[in-house]
Design a protein around this ligand. Sequence first.
Ligand code: SAH
Length: 353
Amino acid sequence: MKQLIDKLNITQTLEKDEFIYLLDHFTGRESEYLFEKAREKAHLYYDCDIYIRGLIEFSNYCKNDCYYCGIRRSNSLAQRYRLSKEEILACCDEGYHLGFRTFVLQGGEDRFYTQELFCDIIKNIRRNHPDCAITLSIGERSYEEYQAYFDAGANRFLLRHETAGEKHYQKLHPPKLSQQNRIRCLQDLKRIGFQVGTGFMVESPYQTTADLAEDLLFIQELNPQMVGIGPFITHKDTPFAQFPSGSLKKTLFLIGLIRLMLPAALIPATTALGTVDPLGREAGILAGANVVMPNLSPVSQRKKYALYDNKICTGDEAAQCIQCLKRRMNKIGYEITVARGDSKNINRNKERR
Ligand code: SAH
């Protein structure tokens, strides 16, 4: 098995069967070996620097009905909220003072925010903080709409593909949503020139090892600037309430594999990772991740952006979160940096900016 890890480390790819073999058979020993190699690769590109992104969860209204997600349209128990333009801009100002140089606007697919309103918000952030990167995570849109956001000043876009298995995709989503359209969106975003992040949930219901191998091969082909993965976590008011959450172990192993496959990519240690284990984010960094995304949303609304149960950091002020993360990263020998933190895995489709 170590030979396969060495092969991946050198060639940056494996056959589908080889990924499946690794994922089905790895033990603690192989994990440690993989993480060591993954850390070496991460240090080569990013040293011991950890980039931070200020996450602003601007709305939990959503027109979609993904079976795994706590803010799905059909969850009538979700308490809905939206942030106004002024509130979003205030979050950015606070974040800037705390040392954030990237703002991530994430939300449900909420048509209250028209193209015009989003463009206005983006232009304002761009004007107020010209040295910052603006990341959108607002789901599936048309080419034209993505282009308008890029032209307004957005630089990056996060859109997880969720699963590369075609049949599996249909088990996680209602018939209205198609994998084909999600992939079309990712290709459009790349073509327009966004720095693109994709990713998937680990051990979501009905996922097979073959699906995970497909995820890795899909990511290899797309060659994104960022790859965000996290364990699936049960939400009690969704159709998947009876399914168990994914494991820390499997997620970490996948982070290690992704680091060897795309050595220069940005890989976050996600909130979901910190939710399944109190030291999950530290473990993610030690498995090859190099980004954390603390929450900048107003504390009064935090709990309502409940994609899954028991989400961490929903009670603390942003300033507390950043202090806590600084301590946690220092403890394991890493340093949070004040920087835009662009990916060193460049989108060659277009000149970045
Ligand atoms: N509407 C945006 C943002 C989605 S929320 C979009 O469509 O891209 C961000 C991510 O949270 C999702 O892409 C999904 O991978 C993850 N997520 C949602 N529900 C989850 C759950 N129950 N467990 C773990 N991750 C979840």
